[in-house]
Design a protein around this ligand. Structure first.
Ligand SMILES: [Zn+2]
Length: 202
């Protein structure tokens, strides 16, 4: 993991991650023309999909569940990063998300087997309900896919240990993606980026 200067200056930050991400995410692209995530938990089970239970999430002004819930066998099992990004927030004890980490990343896509520098999309990833706020990572640090993020827990608005993972399109990146409807705060469904795995629903 590498530390870089993460300026509050948006333009400077953008330049930093645009410069780092194509190099760091080469092992993740596997030269496919689509974003491919690493599965963040040990169990290959999704317990709640994106958009489910609008009657619950309506109270927060959302159309439905804003992310994916991943099963964990028990509290304290490891959570790993789905893709390259920069640690932006480490939060303790929020009412909804409990202990959580926000990571800022993005993707260029490929064109004819080369990085397509015209097609930058910027994302914010959230890993929520962690057992405790991680102390081994710090703001501004770069993590890659499969890097250790924290321990699964049951903090915040959560009934049973699980990982809530969500992603938003941020800054002026195109939104919503083709075939998806717009959500408040520009959430998108992360599930298409896990299609290279075999998994189940519970
Ligand atoms: Zn959730």
């Amino acid at each position: 993991m590498t530390g870089i200067d993460i300026s509050e200056n948006v333009e400077k930050r953008k330049e930093l991650i645009k410069r780092h991400i194509p190099i760091l995410s080469l092992r993740e692209m596997e030269m496919e023309d689509k974003l491919q995530f690493h599965w963040p938990t040990i169990s290959r089970v999704i317990t709640q999909r994106f958009g489910e239970r609008p009657e619950v999430y309506g109270q927060w002004g959302q159309k439905g569940h804003t992310g994916l819930d991943f099963r964990v066998l028990r509290e304290g099992t490891p959570i790993s990063s789905v893709h390259t990004g920069i640690i932006r927030k480490i939060v303790a004890g929020s009412q909804g998300y409990g202990n959580y980490v926000n990571i800022q990343g993005g993707y260029y896509g490929l064109r004819n087997g080369e990085i397509n520098f015209d097609a930058w999309v910027e994302y914010e990833y959230k890993y929520a309900h962690l057992a405790e706020p991680p102390t081994h990572i710090r703001i501004g640090q770069i993590v890659q896919g499969c890097d250790f993020i924290g321990l699964a827990g049951n903090t915040g608005f959560s009934s049973g240990a699980h990982l809530h993972f969500s992603m938003r399109v941020i800054d002026d990146s195109p939104y919503p993606p083709e075939g998806q409807e717009a959500y408040p705060n520009q959430y998108i469904n992360p599930e298409p980026f896990f299609q290279h795995y075999e998994y189940e629903y519970a």
